[in-house]
Design a protein around this ligand. Structure first.
Ligand SMILES: Nc1ncnc2c1ncn2[C@@H]1O[C@H](COP(=O)(O)OP(=O)(O)OP(=O)(O)O)[C@@H](O)[C@H]1O
Length: 281
C-alpha cells in the first residue's frame, strides 16, 4: 500500500511514537442551521510532529479555517479532541501563535512595538525584549523599518511583521490561515521562500491552511487534502522534495507532476496512489 494513503493505524510504530506537537483526534464540528445542523468537519485526524511543516488544502468551504480556529481555541469543537504538546486545547493560549490572511497588526504601534507586544504583556525585562525584537527584525529583514507604522508598509512587509510577532513569543506551534492569500504572485513567492527558511532555521512547527496547491506543495513536509461537504480528510500525502527549497523548484518536473497529481486527486479524476510513481522517478 502507498504510504500516501496509509491509514494511521498502519503507520510504522516509530512514526507514531515520535514527538507529536499537535494531535487532532476524531474532530467534528457542526454549525446549527434552520434546516438542521451543518457538519463542517467530520472525523478529522491529523498529527503534526515536532518541527514538521504540515499544510491542509481543500476547496472553499471544506472547513480549513474552522479547523485552524478550533486548534487555536477560538472555536469550540462538537466532538473529538485536540492536544498541543499533549495538553488538551480548551481555549486560546500563548503556546499557539497565529497569523491570518487579514493583516492584524496594531495600526497605532510601530513595527518594533508590534513585535514586542506579547513580550511586554509577559512583563519581560526591557533589554531581553529588545534582543528578541532585534533578532526577529533581522529574520524578516525589516531592521530599517522598525520605527515605521503598519500603514507605511506593503502587504508582504505587514505579513513579515505578523510572522515576527508570532515567533517572538516562542510559541510551541505556528498556525497560519492563508497568510499570503492577499499578496501579489511575486511577493507571495518570496514570502513562501522566507517562511520555509524561517521554519528550517528556527525549527518551528507549522500548521498552514491554504487552497493554493502550489503553495502547499512548496511549503509542506506533509500535506492533508480535505474534501468538502462535510470536510473530511481525503488523503495524507508526504512531500518528498529537498529540505532546502528555493522558489525555482516550482519549475522542476517533479514539482509539476506532484502538483498535477494532487489537483486531479482533488477533482476526483485520479487516485493518490499515482504519487508513488512520481517519487520513483
Ligand atoms: N460561524 C459559522 N456559522 C455557521 N456556519 C459556518 C460558520 N463558520 C463556517 N461555517 C460553515 O462551515 C463550512 C466551513 O467553512 P470554513 O470557512 O471553515 O471553510 P474554508 O475551507 O476555510 O473556506 P475558504 O477557503 O473559502 O475560506 C462552510 O460551509 C461555512 O459556511
Amino acid at each position: 500500500m502507498s504510504t500516501a494513503s496509509m491509514p494511521k493505524e498502519h503507520m510504522p510504530i516509530s512514526a507514531m511514537m515520535s514527538n507529536t506537537k499537535i494531535q487532532i483526534n476524531h474532530v467534528y464540528k457542526k454549525f446549527p442551521a434552520k434546516k438542521g445542523d451543518v457538519t463542517a468537519l467530520k472525523d478529522i485526524n491529523i498529527q503534526v510532529l515536532d518541527n514538521e511543516f504540515v499544510c491542509v488544502i481543500g476547496p472553499s468551504g471544506c472547513g480549513k479555517s474552522t479547523l485552524l480556529k478550533i486548534v487555536a481555541g477560538l472555536e469550540e469543537l462538537s466532538g473529538g479532541e485536540i492536544l498541543v504538546n499533549d495538553k488538551v486545547v480548551t481555549g486560546p493560549a500563548a503556546d499557539r501563535g497565529m497569523v491570518f490572511q487579514n493583516y492584524t497588526l496594531f495600526p497605532w504601534k510601530t513595527v518594533e512595538e508590534n513585535i514586542a507586544f506579547g513580550l511586554r504583556l509577559k512583563k519581560m525585562e526591557k533589554s531581553a525584549v529588545a534582543d528578541i525584537v532585534h533578532k526577529y527584525l533581522t529574520v524578516i529583514g525589516l531592521e530599517k523599518f522598525k520605527k515605521s507604522y503598519p500603514k507605511e508598509l506593503s502587504g508582504g512587509m505587514k505579513q513579515r511583521v505578523a510572522i515576527a510577532r508570532a515567533l517572538a513569543n516562542s510559541p510551541e506551534v505556528l498556525l497560519m490561515d492563508e497568510p499570503f492569500g492577499a499578496l501579489d504572485p511575486y511577493t507571495k513567492a518570496s514570502m513562501q521562500e522566507l517562511l520555509r527558511k524561517i521554519w528550517q532555521d528556527e525549527k518551528t512547527t507549522i500548521l498552514f491552511v491554504t487552497h493554493d496547491i502550489d503553495e502547499a506543495v512548496f511549503l509542506s513536509e506533509t500535506l492533508y487534502i480535505l474534501s468538502a461537504n462535510p470536510g473530511e480528510v481525503q488523503a495524507r500525502v508526504p512531500i518528498h522534495l529537498p529540505h532546502s527549497r528555493s522558489i525555482e523548484i516550482k519549475d522542476s518536473t517533479k514539482f509539476f507532476r506532484i502538483r498535477t497529481n494532487l489537483s486531479k486527486v482533488m477533482q476526483g479524476k485520479e487516485d493518490i496512489e499515482a504519487i508513488d510513481e512520481i517519487y520513483s522517478f
